[in-house]
Design a protein around this ligand. Structure first.
Ligand SMILES: [Fe+2]
Length: 307
């Protein structure tokens, strides 16, 4: 059976300017199909622009939201594109794509919302559902429990979810997160706060002094840097109980292009395996990924348009 080559793009929302280069690179790589794995735009216009650019590839394209897409913006734009292009597939409506030698199962949304409305979680109610929040906005509850019905053959199954499952290894795992927590418990990107602190003190200190004093300086502004495995625990339980050993994620930019097996042992690029957890890379950083599927084995290739 022929190998299927999926291009994977996620986390485009901050720097959409890399998107054209990424799409061109994926075209050169002759991918068969494309997966948009969340955070494809944090506004109606940005989602529209992303879909417009990827439509040039003219291949089967699976689309799902992450942490930043509001239900109103996302559903309207995706509906319009799916109406125009028969090769665009809204995976909220088609969470399982069956192929001869492998199945893709999609879990839309995120457990940490950054302005988005697609909330991923383990909900008692069985069906996914749209509901209204107190502020009269729409939320979509995306239930991890659907995996129990979607997964019929674990060996054939590849899970596509914006967020990774929980692991326990900071050095290699796809769920490594670097963040800053304020005294009031607000969590924000560690990289953003670090940049701000470095900018603030760069005229008074050299790089070495800044490196040594970074934590102290951030703390003086009320922030504590933290490095943790922030993957989803319910997702880990579900992957384990359903026998899922192949999953693609994004979300944590700082874990871009990490790839390992269920025991957090690194998996090298290009090596076919039946056990792979892969962060396909943040497009904000000029990164994307390719997943090659050959029966129940997969291999990945990292794409970096900044090279
Ligand atoms: Fe995200």
């Amino acid at each position: 059976m022929a190998i299927t080559k999926y291009g994977i793009i996620s986390d485009i929302h901050k720097k959409p300017e890399y998107l054209d280069q990424i799409v061109n690179k994926l075209k050169v790589e002759e991918i068969d199909k494309l997966i948009l794995n969340g955070d494809i735009g944090d506004s109606w216009l940005k989602i529209f622009r992303t879909l417009e650019v990827v439509s040039k590839l003219d291949i089967e394209t699976y689309i799902q939201p992450g942490s930043h897409e509001s239900v109103e913006d996302y559903s309207n734009v995706v509906f319009s594109f799916c109406n125009k292009y028969s090769n665009f597939i809204d995976v909220i409506k088609n969470q399982k794509i069956e192929n001869k030698d492998h199945d893709l199962v999609f879990l839309p949304g995120s457990d940490f919302l950054a302005g988005g409305g697609y909330l991923l979680g383990d909900f008692e109610e069985w069906d996914n559902a749209v509901c209204k929040t107190q502020s009269d906005e729409f939320n979509y509850l995306s239930n991890i429990r659907v995996l129990d019905t979607l997964v019929s053959d674990p060996d054939k199954t590849i899970s596509i979810c914006h967020v990774p499952r929980k692991f326990n290894d900071l050095d290699s795992s796809v769920d490594y997160a670097y963040f800053a927590e304020s005294a009031t418990g607000i969590v924000t990107s560690g990289e953003v706060i670090e940049k701000a602190v470095r900018r603030e003190y760069s005229s008074h200190m050299n790089k070495l002094q800044l490196d040594r004093n970074l934590d102290k300086l951030a703390f003086s502004h009320g922030f504590t840097f933290k490095r943790e495995n922030r993957g989803n625990e319910e997702l880990a339980k579900s992957y384990e109980s359903n026998g899922i050993t192949k999953a693609i994620s994004g979300h944590f930019h700082e874990s871009s292009h990490r790839a390992h097996d269920s025991n957090s042992i690194l998996v090298p690029e290009g090596q076919f395996t039946d056990n792979l957890f892969y962060n396909s890379g943040a497009a904000d950083y000029g990164l994307a990924g390719i997943l090659c599927v050959d029966g129940n084995k997969v291999a990945y290739k990292n794409i970096n348009v900044k090279h």
